[in-house]
Design a protein around this ligand. Structure first.
Ligand code: NI
Length: 129
């Protein structure tokens, strides 16, 4: 690893409070493998979709709700937090083939007025020891 990359790694280790480089590298590899498995698309998996939006946007809440009802069988649970006077945070726990979770997330995140959106695949760690 070149010196600049190593310096970035050490910065990462410090910021994330890892005890050493090895533990940080292990986590990064696991993270990469979870993403790789998820991209394969066949596997049944779980994920969270986080969305931040301004609820004053007149059509947005209805559009997000409609998209969720179209995929109700994939949504295990949802949480709504009123962040401040204007903004809402919605977190969905979703389950199903990873490709379909990706499609649902893309549709929600691409909805006009959504300010932040993120799909995060989770894992129970099988094959990641
Ligand atoms: Ni709200």
């Amino acid at each position: 690893m070149d010196r600049r990359l190593l310096a970035r790694l050490d910065d990462w280790v410090e910021r994330r409070s890892y005890p050493n480089r090895s533990e940080a590298i292990r986590d990064l590899v696991r993270q990469g493998l979870v993403e790789l498995d998820a991209e394969a698309g066949r596997q049944e998996t779980v994920a969270t979709i986080a969305l931040v939006y301004d609820h004053h946007n007149r059509l947005l809440p209805g559009r997000l709700t409609a998209a969720q009802h179209d995929h109700y069988a994939r949504i295990v649970s949802s949480l709504h937090v009123h962040l401040d006077h204007d903004h809402c945070l919605e977190v969905l726990v979703v389950r199903g083939p990873s490709q379909s979770l990706r499609e649902l997330a893309d549709r929600l995140i691409a909805t006009r007025g959504v300010k932040h959106g993120r799909l995060t695949f989770a894992t129970i760690g099988r094959d990641l020891h």
